[in-house]
Ligand binder design. Structure first.
Ligand SMILES: Nc1nc2c(c(=O)[nH]1)N[C@H]1C(S)=C(S)[C@@H](COP(=O)(O)OP(=O)(O)OC[C@H]3O[C@@H](n4cnc5c(=O)[nH]c(N)nc54)[C@H](O)[C@@H]3O)O[C@H]1N2
Ligand SMILES: Nc1nc2c(c(=O)[nH]1)N[C@H]1C(S)=C(S)[C@@H](COP(=O)(O)OP(=O)(O)OC[C@H]3O[C@@H](n4cnc5c(=O)[nH]c(N)nc54)[C@H](O)[C@@H]3O)O[C@H]1N2
Ligand code: SF4
Ligand SMILES: [Mo]
Length: 732
C-alpha cells in the first residue's frame, strides 16, 4: 500500500461490472472513495478503465440502494430484521411448494450472479435445496447458443474459445460491439488499445453488423447485414472453404464431408440475396480467413439472440476450425485458468434434458428452461403452474422478451422473493427483498471470466470497504435462506438429513473465500488466496497456450463437426431465410444496442452515467422516416406482434435501411420503482416489443434482434383519433 497523504490509502480491486474484469486503483480518504483509476501494473487490463467503473462508488453511496431487508405491506414497504425477513421469505416459498409441489416455485438468476463471487458459489446449492425444476436465468436471453455449440463440439458447455486478439492478423466480429460492451464471452479489457495494436501490426478488423457501431467505426471494414440473416453468410463461408479446398482442419477433426454436403446450398449468392452482403465480399472473406497467418471470428449478441443463433455459433466455430485457427496463437484459443472449473470437472458439461417447459414444450439445456417461457408458466393454469418466484440479481421484466407481460404475470403470484439491493421493475412485485452487500464491500475472484480471458492471469480482489454491521453478503443470504427453507419444511429428520440436503447445507456454510482457496490450492498453479493477496496486480501466467486436443471433453478427445441437430436444421434454412426477406408491407426490423455508459437494466440511478445526450431514442434510417412522414426527434409509435411503445426517433444512416435500433434496460417509469435518477430518465423498455412466442429454433434462446415492427408518426395518430371523435359516423 502506498500511503501518501495522512488518512489516505491506495487499494487495488477488480471491477465487477462487466466481463472485462479491469484492475482498479482506488484511493480512499478516511474510509471513503476519493478516486478510482485503472491499475497500470495489471497484466491483463494494463490500466484500462471505462466510465462505468465510477458507478461502483455511485452504487455504494446511492441513497436508493437497500441496506436492510424490506417486506411488502398493504401500502408499500417496511424494513425488517434479517431474521424476520428471511423467515417470512422461506415460509412463503415453502408454503407454495407444500401446497402445489416443488415445481410451483420458479427461480431466475440474473446477469450479476456471475459477477458476484458469493452468488456464484452459493446460488447452486440454494437452488438444489429448493428442488424446483423450473430454473431460468439470463443465459437464455444471451449466450445459450454458445453453450449448446460448445457442448456439441467440444464436449463441455463452458469450453468457449476466445479470439487471441494480441497475436491475430485478422479479427472478424459478427454482431458484437466491444467498443461499447468491452467484449463478451471474451474478457478483453482495453479493446480500443488492443485494436490499435492490431492495426500497428498490420492486422485487420472486419465488422459485420446491421448498424455502423462504435466498433465498426474503428474497423478497417464494416459490412451491413440484414438482421437475422447471418447464417447464410457464415454458412457460405464454410461452403467456400470446403468447395475451394481451402480447409485445413486439425487431425482430431471429424465430420468434414458431411458438413460439405450439408452446406452445399449456401452459396455466396444466396447469402447476398438474403443478407445484402455482396457475394464477392463473402468469397474474399473466406479466402482471407484461410490465408491469414492467424485469424479469429467471434460472434456475440447479434448472432446469439436471433432466430438462427445456434446455426450461427456452430458455423463460426466451424470456420475457425476449418481454417486451422482454433487453438493456434492469434486464432481462437482456450484458456488455462488457475481455477479450472471445467478441467476439474466442477461444472456440468451441459446437454439437453428430457424435461421441456410445461406449456410450450421448449427444450431444457444444462438444467435450465428458456426464460421466454416464464410468463406463460405463471399465467397458464394447470398441474405444475408456477405460483412463486425467487429472483437473484435480475430484472426479467426489463430484460426478457415480452417483459410487460411478465410484469402482469408477476402481479398474480402467490409469493415472490428477491435477492437484490434495488426496488426495480421486477423486484417491486416481491413480498420480501433481501439486499446483499454492494460490490465494494465484498471480496472477489472471477471464477467465470478468467475462463474467457485473452491472457492467463489470476487476481484476488479484497473488499475495498468493511461490511457494515448488520449487512449480509450474497452468500450469507443464500446460506441463511437455505437453512430457513429446511426449517420451514419441517418434515422430520429423514427429510432434513437426506444426503442431498446435508451436502447442500454444508456447501452453503463454506465461505466463498475458503472455496476459492481450496480451488486454487488444488489447481496446478500452486496459488492460494493468501498468496494472491500479496500480489495486488495478480499472478500473470502469460499469453494463451495451445491446449488441443487434450482440453476437449468429448469421449475420444476429437471434434465431430457434423452435429446432427444442426445439420438437420440446414435443409429448411434457405427457404426460411428467403421468406424472412419478405416482410409484411411497411415493416422494419428492430435490433438492440448497448452504450458504454449503460449496463443492462441497472446502473441508471447513477447521475454520472446518465448525464449528457439522451441515448434512448429509436435509431432509424432517414429514408425510412421520410416515407412515413416522420421527422428527426419526433415521437413515434412502435408496434410489434407483442406490444407497443412510444419513443423519440433519431435519424441516422448508421443503421441500414429497413432497420431500427433501441437499447434495452430503459423504461423505469413503471409505478412502484423507487429509483430517483432512473425514473427521471426518458426511454422505454425494448422488451415491451420483443416477442416471447418467437424463440431460437434449436435452443429456445430469446430472439431480441430482428423483431418485425411498424413505426408510425404519433402526430398522425393523434389527429386520426381526434377526428374520430369529432366527425359523424359514416351515414351509409
Ligand atoms: N432486448 C434486449 N434484452 C436484453 C438484452 C439485449 O441485448 N436486448 N441483453 C440480455 C442480456 S445479454 C443479459 S445478460 C440480460 C441482463 O438482464 P438481467 O439478468 O435481468 O440483469 P440486469 O438487468 O443486469 O439486472 C441486474 C439486477 O441485479 C442487481 N444486482 C447487481 N449486482 C448485484 C449483486 O451483486 N447481487 C445481487 N443479489 N444483485 C445484484 C441489480 O440491482 C439489478 O436489479 O438482459 C438481456 N436482455
Ligand atoms: N457498456 C456496457 N457493456 C456491457 C453491457 C452493457 O449493458 N453495457 N452488457 C454486458 C453483457 S450482459 C453482455 S452479454 C455483453 C454483450 O456485448 P455485445 O455482444 O457487444 O452486445 P451488443 O452491444 O448488444 O452488440 C450486439 C450487436 O449486434 C448487432 N446486431 C443486431 N442484430 C444483428 C444481426 O442479426 N446480425 C448481426 N451480425 N449483428 C446484429 C447490433 O447492432 C449490435 O451492434 O456486453 C456486456 N458489456
Ligand atoms: S470495462 Fe468493464 S470491468 Fe473495465 S472498468 Fe469498465 S465496467 Fe469495469
Ligand atoms: Mo449478457
Amino acid at each position: 500500500m502506498t500511503d501518501t497523504l495522512p488518512g489516505t490509502e491506495v487499494r487495488h480491486i477488480t471491477c465487477t461490472l462487466c466481463e472485462a474484469m479491469c484492475g482498479l486503483e482506488v484511493r480512499l480518504d478516511h474510509g471513503a472513495v476519493a478516486s478510482i483509476r485503472g491499475h497500470e501494473a495489471d497484466p491483463l487490463s494494463r490500466g484500462h478503465i471505462c466510465p462505468k467503473a465510477f458507478a461502483l462508488q455511485d452504487v455504494q453511496e446511492d441513497p436508493d440502494r437497500l441496506r436492510r431487508p424490506v417486506v411488502r405491506t398493504g401500502r408499500g414497504w417496511r424494513e425488517a430484521s434479517w431474521t424476520e425477513a428471511i423467515s417470512i421469505a422461506a415460509t412463503k416459498l415453502v408454503d407454495v411448494q407444500r401446497e402445489h409441489g416443488d415445481d410451483a416455485l420458479a427461480i431466475y438468476l440474473g446477469n450479476p450472479t456471475v459477477h458476484s463471487l458469493g452468488a456464484l458459489t452459493h446460488q447452486p446449492p440454494l437452488v438444489r435445496l429448493l428442488r424446483t425444476r423450473n430454473r431460468f436465468s439470463a443465459t437464455s436471453v444471451d449466450q445459450l447458443p454458445h453453450q449448446v455449440t460448445a457442448w456439441a463440439l467440444y464436449g463441455h458447455q463452458y469450453l468457449l474459445p476466445v479470439p487471441d486478439i494480441d497475436r491475430t492478423d485478422l479479427l472478424v466480429l459478427v454482431g458484437h460491439n466491444p467498443m461499447a460492451s468491452n467484449g463478451s464471452l471474451w474478457t478483453v479489457p482495453d479493446f480500443p488499445q488492443r485494436r490499435r495494436e492490431l492495426a500497428d501490426r498490420g492486422g485487420r478488423l472486419v465488422v459485420v453488423d446491421p448498424r455502423r457501431t462504435e466498433t465498426a467505426a474503428v474497423a478497417d471494414e464494416h459490412h451491413f447485414v440484414r438482421p437475422g440473416s447471418d447464417a447464410a453468410v457464415l454458412l457460405a463461408i464454410v461452403r467456400e472453404l470446403l468447395a475451394s479446398d481451402l480447409a485445413r482442419p486439425a487431425a482430431y477433426v471429424d465430420g468434414v464431408d458431411r458438413v460439405r454436403e450439408a452446406v452445399s446450398a449456401f452459396t455466396p449468392e444466396l447469402a447476398e440475396d438474403v443478407s445484402g452482403m455482396p457475394a464477392a465480399v463473402v468469397r474474399s472473406l473466406a479466402q482471407d480467413l484461410a490465408a491469414a497467418r492467424a485469424a479469429a471470428v467471434h460472434g456475440r449478441m447479434g448472432v446469439s439472440t436471433q432466430e438462427h443463433g445456434v446455426v450461427c455459433q456452430w458455423a463460426i466455430q466451424v470456420i475457425n476450425i476449418l481454417t486451422g485457427n482454433l487453438d493456434r496463437p492469434g486464432g481462437t484459443m482456450f484458456t488455462t485458468p488457475a481455477v479450472d472449473l471445467v478441467g476439474q470437472g466442477r461444472l456440468s458439461p451441459g446437454g439437453f434434458g428430457r424435461r421441456r417447459s410445461r406449456v410450450r414444450g421448449l427444450p431444457g439445456f444444462g438444467g435450465e428452461l428458456p426464460v421466454a417461457a416464464l410468463a406463460e408458466e405463471i399465467t397458464t393454469p394447470g398441474d405444475g403452474q408456477v405460483r412463486a418466484l425467487l429472483t437473484v440479481a435480475g430484472n426479467p421484466v426489463s430484460s426478457t422478451p415480452g417483459g410487460h407481460r411478465l410484469d402482469e404475470a408477476l402481479a398474480g403470484l402467490e409469493a415472490m422473493v428477491a435477492i437484490d439491493f434495488y426496488v426495480n421493475e421486477t423486484t417491486r412485485h416481491a413480498d420480501v427483498i433481501l439486499p446483499p452487500t454492494p460490490p465494494l464491500e465484498r471480496e472477489h475472484y472471477d471464477l467465470v471470466f478468467h475462463l474467457l480471458a485473452v491472457r492467463d492471469t489470476a487476481r484476488w480482489s479484497p473488499a475495498l470497504l468493511p461490511k457494515p454491521a448488520g449487512a449480509l453478503h450474497d452468500w450469507e443470504i443464500a446460506r441463511d435462506l437455505g437453512a430457513a427453507v429446511v426449517r420451514a419444511r419441517g418434515g422430520g429428520l429423514r427429510q432434513r438429513w437426506s444426503k442431498a440436503t446435508l451436502r447442500a447445507e454444508a456447501r452453503l456454510r463454506l465461505s466463498p473465500r475458503r472455496q476459492v482457496d481450496a480451488l486454487l490450492r488444488t489447481s496446478g498453479a500452486r496459488l492460494s488466496v493468501a498468496k494472491l493477496e500479496r500480489m495486488p496486480a495478480g499472478a500473470d501466467h502469460g499469453p494463451l497456450r495451445s491446449r488441443l486436443p487434450g482440453r476437449l471433453r468429448t469421449p475420444q478427445q476429437r471434434i465431430d463437426l457434423s452435429v446432427d441437430f444442426v445439420l438437420e436444421a440446414l435443409p429448411g434454412l434457405p427457404q426460411q431465410l428467403t421468406s424472412a426477406t419478405r416482410l409484411p408491407e411497411g415493416h422494419l426490423l428492430l435490433i438492440g444496442r448497448r452504450h458504454q455508459r449503460d449496463n443492462n437494466s441497472w446502473l441508471h440511478n447513477s447521475a454520472r452515467l446518465t448525464r449528457g445526450r439522451p441515448r434512448h431514442a429509436l435509431l432509424a434510417h432517414p429514408d425510412d422516416l421520410a416515407v412515413r412522414g416522420i421527422r428527426d426527434r419526433d415521437k413515434v409509435l412502435v408496434r410489434s406482434a407483442a406490444g407497443e411503445v412510444q419513443v423519440e426517433v433519431a435519424a441516422t444512416d448508421d443503421v441500414m435501411p429497413g432497420v431500427v435500433s433501441l437499447p434495452h434496460g430503459y423504461g423505469h417509469r413503471r409505478s412502484g420503482v423507487r429509483l430517483r435518477e432512473a425514473t427521471r430518465l426518458p426511454g422505454v423498455s425494448m422488451n415491451d416489443l420483443t416477442d416471447p412466442s418467437v424463440v431460437e429454433g434449436l435452443s429456445g434462446n430469446a430472439v431480441l434482434n430482428g423483431v418485425p415492427v411498424v413505426v408510425e408518426p404519433l402526430t398522425v395518430l393523434v389527429v386520426e383519433e381526434a377526428l374520430a371523435g369529432v366527425l359523424p359516423e359514416d351515414p351509409a
